[in-house]
Design a binder for this molecule. Sequence first.
Ligand code: DX5
Ligand code: ZN
Length: 234
Amino acid sequence: MTRPSLRIAPSILSADFARLAEEVARVEAAGADLLHIDVMDGHFVPNLTVGPPIVAALRKVTSLPLDVHLMMTNPDAFIPEFAEAGADYLTVHVETCPHLHRTVQSIKERRVKAGVTLNPATPLSTVEEILADVDLLLVMSVNPGFGGQQFIPSVLDKIARARQLIDRIGSAALLEVDGGVKAANAAGIIRAGADILVSGSAIFASSDYSQMIAALRGSAKATAGSKAASPRKR
Ligand code: DX5
Ligand code: ZN
């Protein structure tokens, strides 16, 4: 299967919320491919962020696909509202979904792309049976809850194993990585097999969003020659 080209998904968690539309316009103009929206409920993760009204508001001001990451205890109860608000991807944590297959079907029935994600300490095997049914696998490279954390190095191996698993079963799922992604470590993450890099603080704390997005993409070019030696052979 031909791999799609690398996509960059700025996380608005690190944007200036008082000027959100302007921030989104800036990352869109800077070449972002998706907009990553972190929904936190103060229960599954120790932080509170945004809900469906913000997703609906952003839907009106950008044509970027809205990549909504649900860090909440009961995502099933909110899938209809987020779908209605205009989410393009809805990604749920396996730790919060006792009936994951039903949850994924409920997302897809609403013509929204379904994603599943797992915390750093959650084994990859927890998503093995659902991978053929999903559009996105998100591997968390920090413990979710906050922007600006350090990438957990041991997750690199998990990303490589996720790549192998997706390819082995022929899943169409895109492999996304979220947490602590910077220009300095992007090359290794891409080499491990990521299709989408989420980046919050690296982009929004930079003075030039275009330059930072290009730097993250530059890492893709830097590794293009070594793709044949990707961890897939492991
Ligand atoms: C963490 C969130 C991430 C976060 C990434 O809980 O899911 O999307 O915004 O931010 P950085 O890139 O700063 O680690
Ligand atoms: Zn996220």
